[in-house]
Structure formats: structure tokens, C-alpha cells
Design a protein around this ligand. Structure first.
Ligand SMILES: [Zn+2]
Length: 252
């Protein structure tokens, strides 16, 4: 493919908005912030949107990055996002959510899980808190097994398997999610510790182990219905999620 020549304005505008984060495998390119007004329960709220991409190549030559990335077939791959709110970089106590993408729950509003509810609710809690960030993790579909495999797992669940059994029957570990990149992006955006919105102690442990500076946990239950009762029970009984009522655990 022929190399596109970008004009200087394009380069200077984008250069300021693309950050290189070096990783063990290569680099993360973080683009943003971009002002993103969002309709949140009928109110318009302005978030700062960032998006990131992993790349083997580490280069400070931004023309080369823009050229390479704009010609890559990125629509075939999902990219992860951050929606930051308020003074996320410097505020003393920010709350964050590491949200695993859920195509059926977030986009279609599926009642088979509580993801769509948790997504909106965590955005609301961030706004009410005054500052924080939602990390929308695009390679976490179906706890990291992908959308097609999740569809197959749902078929098994319609045939008496629970969430954990279904994933295992398809040859997957119960939870294949990795938070390393998200933590690196978080550290590029903020140095101070954060409070994590989650019901999942394993996630809390994983993030602590990966070096995330944490001050506490905030629970995020809700939207229980006949369609996801069994799914939520499995989360508690099989995956060790903390039941509602044990709202805030401090462990600093
Ligand atoms: Zn879901």
C-alpha cells in the first residue's frame, strides 16, 4: 500500500492527542481526550473519551503510527475505551469501573446478565461521585472467550449448564480476562489510588496483584430479574462474588 502523506495540521493536531505507553510486548497507543456528551438516564453528561490500541511496533514517529493504524483493518477488531469524568488525573478519591464488554447486555439490553445495568449504573455513580473513569474492555467478551463462544455457551445454558460449567465444557477456563493493559492505561491517566466498583473479589485481587493502587471497593448489584437470577446466583456460588449488603470493604 502506498504511504499517505499527511499534512502538517493533521499531524500537529493528532500528535498532541496520541500517547505512547511502552509495554512488555510492544506499545499501547492511547488517543484522547475527546469530548463526549452522553445521554445518561435522560441527562446530558460530558465525559472525556479515550481509546487505545495495542501494537507490536514501538515508535515515536507519529506520522508512521497514523499511517499504519489508519490503513489497518481496525473495524474487524474491537478497541477498548476509557470514559473519564471530572478531574480524573488529580482528584484525591476517584472511582473506577473495569467493565468487560458485553455485546448482548450493553448493546441489546439482554436480561440474561446484569452487564447493561452495571454499565449505566457505574457511569451514573462516577458522575454522582464527581470524578472517576469507566474502562470499557473490548477483549473481555464472555469473560474473555469471545462473542461466538459466548453464543455457544448460552446454548449450553439453555440445556442445564451454568455459566461456569458451560465455559469449561467448551474448553475455556472460567475467567480468561486480563487487566494488564487497562492498568497501564489507568496509570498513564492517573497516579493516585482509586476505588474500584465491583462485586468480584477475584477482579479486585487480580488488579491489586497487577499493581493497581486501590483504596476500596464499591458494590454494584441491581437489576435482578427472573432471567438472570440463575446467572447472578452462579456468580455468587461458583465465582465467589460478594453478595449485596457487604457494601464497602476498606483494605488499605
Ligand atoms: Zn453480560
Amino acid at each position: 500500500m502506498e504511504k499517505v502523506k499527511f499534512d502538517n495540521k493533521v499531524l500537529s493536531v493528532l500528535e498532541d492527542k496520541i500517547q505512547l505507553i511502552k509495554t512488555q510486548k510492544g506499545a499501547i497507543y492511547l488517543v484522547g481526550p475527546i469530548k463526549l456528551p452522553v445521554n445518561l438516564y435522560g441527562e446530558t453528561v460530558e465525559f472525556n473519551w479515550y481509546c487505545w490500541l495495542n501494537c507490536d511496533e514501538v515508535t515515536e514517529d507519529f506520522e508512521r503510527i497514523i499511517d499504519k493504524l489508519s490503513s489497518a483493518n481496525l473495524a474487524e477488531l474491537q478497541q477498548s475505551s476509557v470514559l473519564a469524568y471530572g478531574d480524573f488525573e488529580y482528584s484525591d478519591d476517584a472511582i473506577i469501573r473495569m467493565h468487560s464488554i458485553c455485546h448482548s447486555g450493553d448493546i441489546f439490553g439482554s436480561k440474561r446478565c446484569d452487564c447493561g445495568y452495571q454499565l449505566k449504573q457505574s457511569m451514573k455513580m462516577i458522575v454522582e461521585h464527581g470524578n472517576g473513569a469507566l474502562f470499557y474492555l473490548a477483549n473481555h467478551e464472555g469473560r474473555g472467550i469471545g462473542l461466538f463462544s459466548k453464543a455457544m455457551a448460552y446454548i449450553l445454558q439453555e440445556n442445564d449448564y451454568d455459566t461456569v460449567e458451560a465455559n469449561q465444557a467448551l474448553g475455556f477456563v472460567d475467567d480468561a480476562r486480563n487487566y494488564d493493559d487497562a492498568i497501564m492505561v489507568l496509570k498513564a491517566l492517573r497516579r493516585k489510588p482509586v476505588t474500584l466498583m465491583t462485586n468480584n473479589p477475584k477482579k479486585l485481587e487480580a488488579l491489586k496483584k497487577a499493581g493497581l493502587p486501590l483504596t476500596g471497593r464499591e458494590a454494584l448489584w441491581g437489576d435482578v430479574s427472573e432471567y438472570n437470577e440463575k446467572y447472578l446466583e452462579t456468580k455468587i456460588n461458583r465465582s465467589g462474588h460478594i453478595r449485596e449488603g457487604s457494601n464497602r470493604n476498606d483494605f488499605s
